[in-house]
Structure formats: C-alpha cells, structure tokens
Design a protein around this ligand. Structure first.
Ligand code: P71
Length: 456
C-alpha cells in the first residue's frame, strides 16, 4: 500500500513562531505552569485541543461569504438544519454557540437534585453542567477501557451489566436519559461499537429510558466502526452515522470537532415537549431558534463541514495521522494509551513518570517538560482535570493520568508530526529528572482552565 497522503493541498498558510529554551522557561513560569495560560504566539505546535482548531476548506470559506445574516428564518439555518437532519434523523435541531451551551440548555431542563446521568465517560464540561444542576454524572466504562496498556477495538464501550445494576439501584425514574460519548474523549478518544450502541438502546427500551449521544466526534467513531466492526466494511460513513443516531433519541454536539469549524454546536432530539422547553431556554440564553448564538455564516460553515467530514479519504488520513504518531512513540517504548484514539495520542503518565505520585500531578509535569523541550502545547487529562477532594481535603485521583496530544484537523503535516515524536522521545529519555507539582490556586469548578502550579 502507498503512503496515505493529506487529501488536500494548502492554499493559505500561517507562520508559527520559534522560541528559545530560555524564553520558554520564562513563558511557562509567567503562565504559572498551566498551558491554558500560555499565549498562542509562544507555541510552536499547538496540540492543546482538536476543538475549534480545524483548518476550514475553501468551500467552507465560500460559505462564510454566502451566510445569510437575517435575524429570523435565515437560509443558512435551513441549510444547516437539513444536513443535521440528514445525518442524525432527529426531528428538531437547535443551534448553539458550542457544545457546552447545548449541554447547559439540556441539563437545565432535565437535570436537578437526585437525578443521575450515566455515560461511558462524561467529558469535563458535560460532567460540570450536570453537577451544576445538582444532578450526578456517573461513568460506566468497560473493564478493558480502564487499562491504558490493553488493546481492544472498542474501548469506548459502556459496561451494560454495571449500567443495568445502577438503573435498578437508583430507579429508572431518576434517570432522565443515558448518554454515550462517541468517541470517548476522557477515555482516550476510543470508539464505541455499533453493537454496544444497539445493546444500550435495547437496555434503555427495557427500562423506558431515553438515550442521548454526545456526538462531537461521531464521524471518527463511524470510521472506526467501518474498519473494525464486522459487517460494516462496505457501508458508507454516512450510513454508519445514520445507524448510530437511529438508536438515540437525541444528541448534543460540539461542531468544533467533527463539523470542522472554529465555533458552533447544536442540540437535536425527537421529543417535541423537550424541544419546546429547550427552545425556551435557548431564547433566553443563546438567541432566536434560527441562529442560536451563531452568525448565519457559521451555520453555513457547519453545514459544509458536516458533509466534508463524512468523506472516507479524509477520515482515513485523519485516523492514520494519529496512528502514525502512536507507532513512532511505541517504537521508542514511550507508554501511550493503546490503541491510538481518533483525535489524539494520550501519554500514560503513570508509566511515563512512575516516581511522581498522583497528588503531585505527573501528567502536568510531563506537559510542562514537553513545552520546555520543544514548544509543543499539550494538556493534562488526569487528576488536574478530574481530581476531587474527600472531606479531609485529600485528593481523590482520576482513574487515568494522561497527557493528551490532540491533533487539530487538517492543520499539521507529517513533518510536524515527526517533530512532535522527536520531542516526546527526548522528554521520555530524561523522564527520571521530572519533578512533581502542586496547585497554588484553583477555581471551584473546571479548575484546570485557570489553575496555577509550582514545582515541589
Ligand atoms: C477538548 C474539548 C474542549 C475542551 C474542553 C475543556 C477543556 C479542554 C478542552 C469538548 C467537549 C468534548 C465532549 C466529548 C463536549 C465538549 C464540549 N472538548 N463533549 O476535547 O470533548 O464542547 O468545547 O464546544 O463546549 O479539547 P465545547
């Protein structure tokens, strides 16, 4: 087989800025060792997130010019709505300015004290929006999904046995719906199989529960189903996505991922009563139902991006780029979460820096060293992001201590990825000199965005 190439050519470029190691030392200190606080001009390669960082196509930019900016009944809305309906099959589509706005609206309607929302693994904003209403967010990842070193095709699957016993324990009346995050971001960008989605739907039906998808990376999930699940080899990505959504009653979506845009999201569902309640919140918080916190041009770009993301050449290149980085790191014995996920490589900080205990945030220490070494910005997805405290103020660590290298879509080329691998391998070679860290400031909610750190 020949090299899988980027299925695009570059029309417009953006310079990236080189810094020296001593400059980076100062920059990192001034940012309190939190990569969210570094200015992007001080970053050479930005792997902080794949969210809102995609390169748009010339067709999307053309859509930006075509955007209809009417306050009500914009043409761009109807175009957006028809693409979302084609893919998801849901009756009602509510545009929002990003994924968490969809979550905020939905959970403010269905959440509240003594309510429970099971998921394979909630991402941080979903968990935060649920907990903000007083409800509880609970994760039921399968056993294999808890082990970064174990390979399996669908490590994003929800554990249906645990889910069922939980439903019986708290009672189905206290569960407004079950969620599945495709792909499972906090668990390593791992896909959920069609079989698991179907079985979750069946279980939900038995208890009269609804099922919602957190669909941010639905196309990457669909591609994994195509290449890994029996019976889908010759099914199109669109048809796979349609089947995935057919088992659900609704979805939340951050268009900043698989809709290949820089801003946007939506909420979609079949239940008319629920939609009306959500729409009322939308009008108060986001805007009129035909723009929902976005400009008409944003809706055009999303509509076009949702078509492009279904192209198989694109998804093959996308998934292969991540796998390529993973292979380079594995060849140098760098411990990563296996197999590589859909949008990112996750370093396994517990094995990378075993001398640093969880309450000294090994992932954060690795994140800092990667920046110092090569100007690459990554993010900790471990006890900084998901850690909690017990009543004595002792850290309850996250299940996994990970460092995420998220690849923006269509932005970096193979030589960028080669450079990233070289830097990570250099950091790994001097791992024994990595030092533990402590938090000197933290906000009460989503602390990772603004936390300040120091070396111990
Ligand atoms: C990611 C993000 C964006 C992010 C969020 C928090 C800290 C760092 C970066 C956002 C997601 C997501 C899933 C599965 C909902 C959202 C919220 N991910 N569900 O991975 O991954 O979407 O950002 O549009 O509000 O870097 P939003």
């Amino acid at each position: 087989m020949k090299t899988i190439i980027e299925p695009f050519k570059i029309k417009s470029v953006e310079s990236i800025r080189f810094t020296t190691p001593s400059e980076r030392k100062k920059i990192l200190k001034d940012a309190f060792y939190n990569t969210f606080l570094i200015h992007s001009q001080d970053v050479l390669i930005d792997l902080l997130t794949d969210s809102g960082t995609s390169a748009m196509s010339s067709e999307q930019w053309a859509g930006i010019m075509r955007g209809d900016e009417a306050y009500a009944g914009s043409q761009s809305f109807y175009k957006f709505e028809s693409v979302v309906k084609k893919i998801t099959g849901f009756e009602y589509v509510i545009p929002t300015h990003q994924g968490r706005a969809a979550e905020k609206i939905l959970f403010s309607v269905v959440g509240g004290e003594r309510k429970y929302f099971p998921n394979n693994t909630h991402f941080d904003t979903t968990r935060a929006n649920i907990e903000y209403t007083g409800a509880e967010a609970v994760d039921f990842i399968t056993e294999v999904g808890r082990h970064p070193e174990k390979r399996a095709d669908f490590k994003g699957n929800i554990d249906l046995i645990e889910l069922e016993s939980f439903i019986n324990e708290v009672g189905p009346d206290n569960i407004p719906f079950v969620m599945l995050t495709v792909t499972n971001n906090s668990g390593g960008g791992q896909p959920v199989s069609m079989e698991n989605i179907r079985a979750t739907k069946k279980l939900c039906d038995e208890y009269g529960l609804k099922l919602f998808l957190d669909a941010c990376r639905f196309a990457e999930n669909a591609y994994f189903i195509k290449i890994r699940e029996r019976g889908y080899e010759s099914t199109s990505i669109l048809e796979i996505a349609q089947e995935m959504f057919s088992y659900a009653d609704g979805c939340t979506m951050s268009a900043k991922k698989d809709a290949l845009v820089n801003i946007g999201g939506f909420l979609a569902m079949n239940d008319e009563d629920l939609m009306m309640k959500c729409r009322n919140v939308l009008i108060v918080t986001e805007g009129f139902p035909t723009y929902g916190g976005l400009a008409g041009r944003d809706l055009e770009a999303i509509a076009q991006g949702l078509e492009e993301v279904l192209e198989e050449n694109y998804l093959q290149y996308r998934i292969r780029s991540i796998e390529y980085l993973g292979e380079k790191l594995l060849a140098a014995d760098v411990p990563i979460l296996e197999p590589p996920g859909g949008h990112a490589i996750y370093l396994d900080a517990k094995r990378f820096a075993p001398h640093i205990p969880a309450d000294q945030y090994p992932g954060q220490s690795i994140v800092c060293e990667i920046y110092l070494q090569g100007g690459i910005r990554t993010v900790e997805i471990g006890s900084v992001m998901f850690g909690k405290y017990d009543k004595d103020g002792k850290l309850i660590p996250a299940n996994l201590e990970l460092v995420r290298l998220a690849l923006p879509r269509r932005v970096y080329t193979q030589s960028h990825v080669d450079y990233v691998a070289e830097v990570i391998i250099e950091v790994f070679e001097k791992r024994n000199s990595l030092k533990g860290m402590k938090i000197t400031y933290e906000a009460p909610i989503l602390r990772h965005f603004t936390a300040k750190f120091e070396y111990i």
